[in-house]
Design a protein around this ligand. Structure first.
Ligand SMILES: Cc1cc2nc3c(=O)[nH]c(=O)nc-3n(C[C@H](O)[C@H](O)[C@H](O)COP(=O)(O)OP(=O)(O)OC[C@H]3O[C@@H](n4cnc5c(N)ncnc54)[C@H](O)[C@@H]3O)c2cc1C
Length: 416
């Protein structure tokens, strides 16, 4: 069933009793050509593009929880392509282009909202760095505008421009950046993949990977052994654990990242804004809640909840930027596990084991990458070689020294 105005009218007339389930609930087959581990955004997008772009059919996605239970349903929904370095810039811009056409492509309303992403700067040096980033973006055909303080004030008059410690000097705006409803992305890719014959198997945990003569032959799961010719790992915060099943130690640490939602307010902030002098960013959901967050908690953890010092830091930075925020009540907060790589950039690559492919290292920025990550991972699995868009995201860059250190922080995951 296609979702369109005719199916809406038809189902309205029959009291909305005849909508088909968005995807099937199949039992796993004994064998697949390709198995993807992880039913998050990246795993589902990979299965979708494997079927759609490469015409492959015999595919399963194995998810240990339910669809959307991982970071795809926990992030703060921001998309942007304001990257500077050559390895990153074309990849994230491709993702933005896929976002721009995604809803038509997978026939699902993901509420893609290009409401603009504004990064504030608070010192002259920071403004110079933003000018450099903006120029690099524009050279690569990505939209970027450097705004002075008055232009920012026109957009957001209620910020604290004369804060004694962190005066606002201007900002870098990417108008095509914005937000997308995160769980609708999982549902849209799941439905699109299912319609193309992909089996999406929830509550099926992969517990072991079987390798014979240097080649993947299948996975041990909570629903029994499943044979496969190719296996893609897209397990985000659990990447170290799944890679460990074949004795691989990834250059990665798992950290918790928190996010917060306030009570519903009247329209207040119509774009996404990041504070440049501490860890705080904010947007407003269509329901009116302010959605905001900061940095990772900074210690290794698999707990999907954070601690109070980061809560305090985020709120302090938020109030320094928007004093009126002090009167807003927070409704809830949550956390997700981040797969923090040593240079802050992801890995989409083959491994030394034939038929085993790795997608990980998304840190706290993998949501915006979801379409391009799935697209490139599908290409890498189908063709057994990376696409030129993910050619820089090789696992061996940590051995050869070809790091893609966008933030210039070095091999320090808790700073990326
Ligand atoms: C609070 C927060 C805010 C964020 N904000 C943003 C943002 O604004 N913009 C942005 O770009 N990014 C953001 N991110 C990061 C982004 O959400 C992640 O980088 C991205 O979602 C990771 O990819 P995924 O969707 O595939 O992950 P997930 O949804 O976590 O998918 C991985 C799946 O693998 C499954 N799995 C793990 N192990 C196994 C196993 N052994 N067997 C079977 N299944 C397994 C898990 O259950 C999980 O469902 C944020 C993250 C958090 C937590």
């Amino acid at each position: 069933m296609r979702y369109n105005v005719f199916s809406l009218i038809k189902n309205t007339l029959s009291g909305h009793k005849n909508w088909e389930p968005a995807w099937r609930q199949p039992e796993p087959q004994k064998e697949y050509d390709i198995v993807i581990v992880g039913g998050g955004g990246h795993g589902l997008a990979t299965a979708y593009y494997l079927a759609k772009e490469h015409g492959l059919k015999n595919i399963a996605v194995l998810e240990k929880g339910w669809l959307g239970s991982g970071n795809i349903g926990r992030n703060t929904t921001i998309i942007r392509s304001n990257y500077m370095l050559p390895g990153n810039n074309p990849f994230y811009e491709w993702s933005m282009k896929l976002w721009e056409n995604l809803e038509q492509d997978f026939n699902f309303n993901a509420m893609v909202s290009q409401r603009g992403v504004l990064n504030l700067c608070h010192t002259d040096a920071q403004r110079d760095a933003f000018a450099r980033r903006g120029n690099a973006m524009r050279i690569d055909g990505v939209d970027a505008e450097l705004l002075d303080r008055e232009a920012v004030r026109e957009m957001y008059p209620f910020f604290d421009y004369d804060n004694a410690r962190f005066p606002i000097k201007g900002g870098l705006l990417q108008k095509r950046g914005g937000t997308v409803r995160h769980d609708a992305v999982a549902w849209g890719f799941a439905r699109g993949a299912d319609q193309r014959g992909v089996d999406i198997i929830q509550h099926c945990e992969v517990k072991g990977i079987k390798v014979e003569n240097g080649k993947v032959v299948g996975v041990d799961t909570s629903k029994g052994f499943i044979k496969c010719k190719k296996l893609g790992l897209a397990t985000a915060g659990n990447s170290s654990e799944t890679a460990k099943m074949v004795g691989m130690r990834l250059p990665m640490e798992s950290h918790v990242l928190q996010a917060f939602v306030s009570e519903g307010l009247k329209p207040y902030i119509d774009g996404v804004v990041t504070f440049g002098a501490g860890h705080f960013y904010v947007s407003q959901s269509d329901k009116g809640g302010l959605v905001f967050g900061g940095d990772i908690d900074g210690y290794n953890s698999y707990a999907r909840r954070g601690n109070l010092p980061m809560v305090e830091h985020v709120i302090e930075a938020g109030v320094a930027m928007i004093p009126s925020l002090a009167r807003v009540r927070v409704l809830r907060s949550w956390g997700g596990i981040m797969d923090m790589s040593m240079d802050g950039s992801p890995i989409i690559d083959k491994t030394h084991i034939q038929g085993l492919y790795l997608n990980s290292g998304w840190c706290y920025g993998g949501f915006k990458a979801t379409p391009a990550s799935g697209w490139c991972f599908a290409y890498t699995i189908a063709k057994d070689e990376p696409h030129k868009l993910n050619a820089a995201y090789r696992l061996d860059r940590f051995k050869t020294g070809h790091m893609i250190d966008e933030k210039g922080q070095g091999a320090t995951p808790n700073l990326h």
